[in-house]
Design a protein around this ligand. Sequence first.
Ligand SMILES: [Ca+2]
Ligand SMILES: [Ca+2]
Length: 131
Amino acid sequence: MSVACLEGPTLTEFVEDAEAFDKCVDEQFDTLDTDNDGELSRSDLQTRHGRFSSVEFELQSKEEITSMYDTLFETFDADGNGTIDREEFRSLMREIVLAKARGIGLSPVLIILQGDSLLMRAVEHGLAKSN
Ligand SMILES: [Ca+2]
Ligand SMILES: [Ca+2]
């Protein structure tokens, strides 16, 4: 775990690099899909409860996480079949990260990075670009 400085545009650029972003999101998807059936169900997410909450987005309380699950399923289960497939998940993560980017804006914020989080990848992506 480390601390890094992150700006909104770093996140936006990461999302816009569809190849890098989708690859990273797919890894997250595979990690969350505990029964490996190619779809995320509520039980997949609950199995990985601690993990998913650490993935990012500063969701601190259980209520917030539960409410995020509800929002997540209602909003991103586009075809309403009760699970989130890979495409639905990519759309979800794009929206979340872009919302985060808008929230951060142009003022760099210090964030705590978990080794395999999307934000970590975004920071690495930004560093790779600037080198
Ligand atoms: Ca599953
Ligand atoms: Ca679905």
